[in-house]
Design a protein around this ligand. Structure first.
Ligand code: GRF
Length: 190
């Protein structure tokens, strides 16, 4: 069975979507924040979890083997020393390379862009700068409210990330139309 770690510092909604989608994968939840809600979700979902202080990442990954390490709202920058110990991917709430860094949803909206979206990418030392694996667009209409836009981004994240992880673990080639049904991605049929 494939083994993945999901690392998050906060809410953990992507983690929950991943757990609900990936049925034949061994998942471990790791958080650098002892109070993070992601740990509560892991407890509720019966997924092994642990608090992993940032300074302990290198020794932890040197002694634990994962097929993939999935960052989902992990709020720290991992050094090369850690990144060389596994294959790390991240999800970011914009169409990279636009709007790297924090508050990408709000910054894209306030900039007035008409298309933003979600990106899954390899993690490198260059923050949100690794090679893009998958993207999915979200349109912003003239009457779209920021709350609607934000909700749509999160909905797409929850659809996109688990499918991309599954494809990577199975070593399958894909393009974005395969990812969430090949439709417009409204998610109503899922
Ligand atoms: C997501 O919007 C993700 O794109 C960003 O951090 C947020 C994490 O949300 N990197 P959650 O903790 O998965 O709910």
């Amino acid at each position: 069975m494939k083994k993945i770690a999901v690392m998050g510092s906060g809410n953990g909604s992507n983690f929950e979507a991943i757990v609900n989608y990936l049925k034949d994968v061994e998942i471990t939840c790791l958080s650098d924040n002892v109070n993070a809600y992601i740990l509560e979700r892991a407890k509720r979902l019966d997924v092994p979890f642990r608090y992993l202080p940032f300074e302990e990442n290198a020794s932890y990954f040197a002694s634990h083997n994962f097929d993939l390490i999935v960052l989902a709202g992990y709020m720290q920058i991992l050094p090369d020393e850690v990144l060389t110990l596994g294959k790390f991917i991240n999800i970011h709430p914009s169409l990279l390379p636009a709007f790297k860094g924090k508050d990408a949803i709000q910054r894209a909206f306030l900039a007035g862009v008409k298309v933003s979206g979600v990106t899954v990418h390899w993690v490198t030392g260059d923050v949100d700068g690794g090679k893009i694996i998958a993207q999915y667009p979200v349109l912003i209409g003239n009457t779209t409210h920021i709350d609607e836009f934000e909700a749509e981004i999160h909905k797409i994240e929850h659809l996109l990330y688990p499918v991309v992880i599954d494809k990577i673990l199975k070593d399958e080639v894909f393009d974005f139309q395969d990812l969430i049904g090949g439709c417009g991605g409204c998610g109503k049929c899922h």
